[in-house]
Write a protein that binds this ligand. Sequence first.
Ligand code: M6R
Length: 604
Amino acid sequence: MCGIVGYLGKKNTKQILLDGLKELEYRGYDSAGIAVLQNGNFSNYKAVGKLINLEEKTKDFITEGFAIGIGHTRWATHGKPTELNAHPHLGEFSYVVHNGIIENYAELKKELQSSGVTFLSQTDTEVIVHLFEKNQKNSTNSLEAFARTIKELHGAYAILLVTKSESDTIFFAKHGSPMLVGINGEDEKYFASSDTPLIGHCQNVNYFEDGDYGYVTPKTVAIYDKNGVKKEAKFTSLSQNKLSAQKEGYRFFMEKEIYEQSVVISDTLMGRLSDKEIIFDELDATLFDGINEIKLCACGTSYHAAMSASYLFERYSKIRTSLEIASEFRYREPIMSKDTLFVVISQSGETADTLETLKMAKAAGLKTLVICNVDNSSMVRLADATILTRAGIEKGVASTKAFATQVTVFWMLSLYIAKLKNSLGESQLAKHISLLREIPSHVKVKDDMHERIKRLSKRYLHGHGFFFIGRDIFYPLALEGALKLKEISYMHAEGYPAGEMKHGPIALADPELFTIALLPKHLHYEKTKSNVEELSARDSTICAISQIPFDKADDFIEISPCSDYMLEFFEMMTVVQLLSLEISIRLGNDVDMPRNLAKSVTVE
Ligand code: M6R
């Protein structure tokens, strides 16, 4: 995800910006850049890929004495990860960096273009700098021009802007994206989009509130609220612990990543939805020519996302879909035919077993597609086509937001294929697209829900095992819930199709067998309910998750009202993730680094 840094002072500005960007690397990015104004001259450097490329480009650039500078790491959303699209963006005599989304950028861009402005990038950000320069022409000072610019922007942003005529000033604005400013006694000001770049540089920081904008100079921090009323900065002391700063107040990265799901899913959807269709600029529609079957292949959580996709592809795209566990597929001498699209799914893009199956499919002449979170990973380099999930770096070994974005991509892909194959009517397609837009609000963690799960978790610290049960697409979610729990709690958990329990596993039912029942209102509710009742009658302890109260349950976790089973899927996904997290925390386990597990399994 994007990161912002800024510096005003007499120290080595270039180094402070580069070091600050390094501290934000863990968030993930695909290009980076800096702009420095010194002695009346701007210097600007950008590079695609890792920061080392930017360091290489700036190795002969020296900053000495007073300067102002801004820097950015970009995770591509509007426009590809190219140098032109990397920040900072230049107008005629100003530079801007921005995190977030300018929702009305297309209208603003059109207006600016019609008044003769030329755009160099495909980003939404570039409108900010051109709008500022336009406003500067009709304003009495730069602050007024900046305030007018901010007023015209709709969406979420954290912005830093520097302009040639104000060589000792950095302008800032914050709305919906985090940003803070730090000071120390040497007339220096530091900006960043999270704490870590400021640690070691300043003790006191002010966290901007939504609607804040203003400017800093060596002697001033001037903050205005959204109504233009001047307000006092509220400086607080900055914790000097980097690891805990990266966790941004959460107890574990896994918890932070669960809370991030709403934002990252918005990123996954961004630019890919129109009212009538799904847009995957990265796919050539001919990829599906001559394809009669899709084969999905993956490991672990990614395999569960693939299984979810198999339900969506057959239901909406009306295409035959098969599913493979990569470690099995590679040794079972599978038959591969060229009318099959081979799709691998991997958060890391490096999992050895999955990578091997991709090589096998390529060698057999199949068309290949990878759904991946890491650009430039081995699988992305090898596959014919890629869809990036845009979850940002996932640090917790137990995958959460990566899974959420994988399923989001698959839902979109099922509709994309449905459109190509004419298997869904226009109104159905439009309905799904509007449901997709609702996912971010359904995965937002509500305080009361989290509190309830925290309280409930104390009843589930013993017992001889857990069954997560569900039907249809809630079966892969049950598998995923069980995997999450066993990975971080070390308790035995299994995912099972609800209808299969009576074919054997129900023999285990007793009060020490915990059943986590996924009961969606909009998909096979009555059937699943009967299966849960069978377990309840045999005295299994039941924790039901549903939007419909269920009186046979010992515990009930109520999700928000949802108009479709897929939204129930995302609500329940968040619940099972939080339940595992809270059980594991109560057991005193290291949630982020569970025993015996690695984040990326690059060996067989
Ligand atoms: O990077 P990948 O998605 O290919 O990784 C696959 C599995 O190793 C991974 O999903 C694993 O199961 C996670 N620990 C699940 O939380």
